[in-house]
Design a protein around this ligand. Structure first.
Ligand SMILES: Cc1ncc(COP(=O)(O)O)c(C=O)c1O
Length: 417
């Protein structure tokens, strides 16, 4: 077998067959094809960015046409301005800083908090990025509160920007008492609370609102990290939808249908601090992602036959995907152990486990392999993602493949891969 030259991170290594790592070569709508010609129903969507679909015609044509205008100018352009005007419609006092990755945008928020409060420590709730202070001592945040796997600390050594004077703390259990204790114990060092909006799916908007109020009352800058949710469940995400008044929001992933774009959004006041503190980069002003983001908005803002806009349609599509997988679990007798449910309206969905499986890494990994073998790529221990092109899913085929996956999983044990 030919050796791959590409160095993988944990998340790019997930999908393999008995022959080894899957190498992808093309995407079309809601499906991807591997280099051996096998076609998969794709519910990974590049881990969230692909929101319209792979290689969709009007998006691709629109971006291709814009590219004739060039990819980078000496500074920001009328396209960046138009994008912000449309993204932040009706919010004239808000501004946005352009980044490529959400990790960059979160790092920007942390620096901004340090400048404004004089304190460099952070309290995190959820996965908030790959940079050192974001991932150091991190948990398995996408597992439910009842899962023993959630609480095992990872990446505990060799991370910069973390220590007694700048702690990276975890608000792990979504209890307000715990948050209050954390803030109380680290009042002199913590300047920022960053909440991954996905964590809100495990609690209520009221609790999240109280968490933001609590942090603000203690002089801690609040950030809602809508990297997975902004542009996917709605234009700006969960906090905007539920009137949660965080100081800053980070959006990313789904903004540009796969092109790299993330933004830090907040009041003119907060963003003025960002302007002074050199938060930028060579590629922050590139235009490919902005052309793609404008084409994505063009599509999602357009009313559909039965839906007010593309976000409403996505919710219905993902809800149907989850119920098709859940139906297959019922049919095959897997349902007492595993099922699927829509998350935050349905533009994301997730596998759900019976209690005895929550801590069983081996059986859970085996389930992912069985889905891959049956021609479905999805995530486990993490929400999966849908795109608009999944409206054309052959629903019987989805149920049939899911049933095949559950049957294989129930009848074979975990196979070493
Ligand atoms: C909530 C959240 N924040 C930040 C990140 C980091 O984003 P990026 O991979 O664009 O740096 C991710 C995912 O990767 C995420 O889910």
């Amino acid at each position: 077998m030919k050796e791959n030259r590409t160095i993988h991170s944990k998340i790019t290594k997930k999908f393999k067959t008995e022959d080894g790592q899957i190498v992808f070569q093309r995407g079309q709508g809601g499906e991807v094809q591997a280099s051996d010609g096998t076609t998969y129903l794709d519910f990974v969507m590049g881990y969230g960015p692909v929101i319209l679909g792979h290689g969709t015609e009007s998006f691709t044509q629109s971006v291709a046409k814009s590219l004739l205008n060039g990819v980078m100018m000496p500074g920001y352009t009328s396209f960046h301005e138009e994008y912000l005007d449309r993204l932040l419609i009706g919010q004239p006092d808000r501004r946005g800083a352009f980044f490529k990755t959400a990790s960059e945008a979160v790092t920007a928020a942390l620096r901004l908090a340090a400048i404004e409060t004089g304190r460099r420590g952070v309290i995190r709730c959820g996965f908030i990025g790959w940079h050192d202070a974001q991932i150091a001592d991190s948990l398995k945040w996408h597992d439910p509160l009842a899962s023993p796997l959630r609480y095992k600390q990872k990446y505990t050594a060799n991370m910069r920007g973390v220590g007694d004077k700048e702690p990276a703390l975890n608000w792990h259990d979504l209890s307000l008492e715990t948050l209050e204790e954390l803030i109380g114990a680290h009042r002199s060092t913590v300047g920022c609370l960053v909440i991954d909006a996905y964590q809100a799916s495990m609690t209520t908007p009221e609790l999240m609102r109280s968490a933001v109020d609590l942090a603000r009352d203690a002089g801690v800058l609040t950030v809602f990290d809508e990297t997975k949710t902004g542009g996917r469940i709605s234009r700006l995400g969960y906090a905007a939808d539920h009137g949660i008044d965080a100081d800053l929001i980070v959006i990313g992933k789904a903004l540009a249908n796969g092109a790299p774009l993330s933004m830090l959004v907040g009041s003119t006041e907060h963003l003025a601090t960002a302007e002074k503190s050199r938060l930028s980069g060579t590629f922050s002003k590139e235009m490919l992602a902005v052309y793609a983001a404008l084409a994505t908005l063009d599509d999602l803002e357009t009313p559909r036959a039965d839906y007010a806009d593309g976000w409403a349609e996505l919710g219905v599509i993902g809800t149907r995907v989850a119920s098709s997988i859940a139906a297959a679990a019922e049919q095959t007798g897997a349902a007492p152990l595993v099922s699927a449910q829509p998350v935050m309206g349905g533009a994301m969905f997730e596998l759900t486990y019976a209690e005895q499986l929550l801590g069983d890494r081996t059986r859970r990994d085996a389930l992912l392999d069985s889905f891959t073998d049956a021609g479905i790529l999805l995530l486990e221990g993490h929400p999966s993602f849908v795109c608009s092109a999944h409206r054309d899913t052959d629903w019987d085929e989805l149920t049939r493949r899911s049933a095949k996956a559950f049957t294989q999983w129930l009848t074979t044990g975990a196979v070493e891969r």
